[in-house]
Design a protein around this ligand. Sequence first.
Ligand code: S3P
Length: 441
Amino acid sequence: MPSKTETAIAPLAAPLRGVTSIPGDKSISHRAILFSAMAEGTSELSGVLDSGDVRSSIAAVQKLGAQVDLKSQADGSLAGTVTGWGETGPIQPDGPIDCGNSGTTARLLMGALAPWDIEVTITGDDALQKRPMRRITAPLMKMGARFIPEGQELLPITMRGTSTLRAITHDAPMASAQLKTAVLLAGIYAQGTTTLNEPSPSRNHTELMLPEYGVVTTAAACTASVKGPSVPKACAVKVPGDPSSAAFLACAAVLTCGSDIAIEDVSLNTARIGFVRTLERMGADVLVRHKGTAGKEPFGTIEARHSGTLHGCEVPADKIATMVDEVPVLSLVAAFAKGVTVFREVDELRVKETDRIEAILEGLGLIGVDAWMDGSDLYVEGQPGLSLPPDTVFDSKKDHRLAMTWAIAGLAGKVAVQVKNFDSVKISYPHFLHDIERLTR
Ligand code: S3P
């Protein structure tokens, strides 16, 4: 019998087959809510992901004075309106803003609040209180915002913004869309052009979305700028499906005999679908078909079929940001491939919802797969035809992406497994198991 926090995952009774859609993109949902909260007027949102993390963003902007009227739709998404604080700015909240498990909420909020003369304490759950924040507070301090205690790495942190922000050029030490977005959001209200340079391209939803809100941005590979001061204006946003969630279904199909699926209306933003390229390079049968654009975001279909002969490949450092949340599930695919797969420079995985490097090494070790770190590079030595030991108990470490990765290990490995704290999937993909089951009918 699984204990209270363990969920038993039964092996698949049938291959994954058919056409499915996928819940809304988490990154775009966060931005749609936050940018609409910052905007003057009432924005209309549809396709918004209904998940733990996005609920954290909704609760945060409500506490700061935005009016949110989003209702659950038949397909499980949220749709409706957000009326922002616009030129009058957010209200002084009556207590700390609890961002739950959501790093995106906490970090983007710091940028959004930097231009306002209010004092706000930002906090989160135990996992979020272990994640680094100085990467965000350091450039915002250069712009004029204050953080108490000064220079502190971990939440809770109290911030005091200022209406006289300075525009800056900041060279980011790592490719992080959360850092880029925080600086650009503050830059909207600074006098002049604020620029963020990064070592390799991170997801670019902010640069693509801000112009929809009437904010002028310019962007090229590894650099993005915003021209201030300006006030975002309400607009309409349709959120496409989340490629990071789609990746779990695609990898499950690639690993499971007889599978053949199509995932529709998913974001095909190239800064997000690096996992498709990696699967292709491993010899997997995956394909993307473009259908159109939602705002400036391309979307379409991802097809994935069972692929019997996978082989290892090398994923270069400058591509990691395009699949940063998919490395755990790709390392599982690598475990079933012939030869060694290497993911270059994956240190950022150590500061996600948990230390995902340690978790990957531990989980693959449990199923007898050799995986190791050499400096910042992750190596996985695959075993084609790998069969899992019976009754494996994986630990999700309360991390949604690991919970889904280890569930797929069981599905693909054709044995019943248990995953501790599986309910962490509610952070990004609450109906993950239900969708898998539907595809096997
Ligand atoms: C996100 C950026 C990435 C990603 C996270 C969502 C975003 O984090 O891992 O899940 O929405 O901007 P980093 O900015 O820390 O790389």
